[in-house]
Design a protein around this ligand. Sequence first.
Ligand code: PRT
Ligand code: ZN
Length: 284
Amino acid sequence: MKLKIAIQKSGRLHEDSVKLLRECGIRLDNGHNQLRAEAVNFPLEALFLRDDDIPQYVEDGVADIGIAGANVVLEKGKQVAIADRLGFGRCRLSLAVPRNDAYGSVRDLAHKKIATSYPRLLRRYLDEQGVEAEIHEISGSVEIAPGIGLADAICDLVSSGSTLLTNGLKETETILHSEALMIRNMQLTESKTGLLGQLLFRIRAVREAKRYKYILLNAPNSQLEAIHRLLPGMKSPTILPLAEPGWSSLHSVVQEDAFWSITEQLKDLGAQGILVVPIEKMIA
Ligand code: PRT
Ligand code: ZN
């Protein structure tokens, strides 16, 4: 019995999805097969699909789980559950209008024509805002619609904003913040639920590890307490005596962001030879 995971075949989410599995210690052996791959060291099989099809395959149980953007999952509205948010593939679904248009609020879009590949999410947003507008569904190159007179505004994914800029558009409202999601079939068997639990446990350990660094430093014994207070670590730091009398080596973990704000204080307390190294997995 294997857990079947649907992954984007190629595109923006493919690399990060495969990398996530690899960081979880799961190696895919796909030989020359472009459609599926077996994991060599975990009971898992990957199916490579177009991202738009992933929610349907997971709903139908062709795949047990899948990785797709929240934008796709919510737009498709299939009966699937969200198992975790994965933190990559971040973007936003936004409204944009020609740069030179006067724009005060979303009310200005009333009775206008808006081009999008996300009619369902856009409809929901406009309804919430009480704005009546015409939604024109197109499947690609949405950003050129206003320039060729096809629409007055667009609703599309944005990350850096450069596509909007080069097409003479300005972003006016964000209707969804998106990232890759792990979705799951609603009727997984008990044993597949168990396997998914193991996978999610690894994913969280990898994610947790990325937030922290392992720190090693040497310090005079008299300052160990003060340094320990700056570095709460996991539970308590490891302290090893150095060959030089009165000195110890202290090992702990520290949040990446916090580290930069305490470096000066550590040095003021006499810490020397500070090493900060990445952690691969972290299980609290
Ligand atoms: O072939 P398949 O159907 O599988 O792929 P696809 O072409 O439909 O999707 P793909 O690979 O482009 O994107 C897959 C997923 O990546 C999306 O569903 C989002 O969840 C996520 N993602 C993250 C993005 C972007 N960032 C993004 N910037 N998807 C698309 N874009 C496009 C956007 O549509 C616009 O054309 O990039 C352009 C804007 O980018 P900026 O940087 O110029 O603002
Ligand atoms: Zn797609």
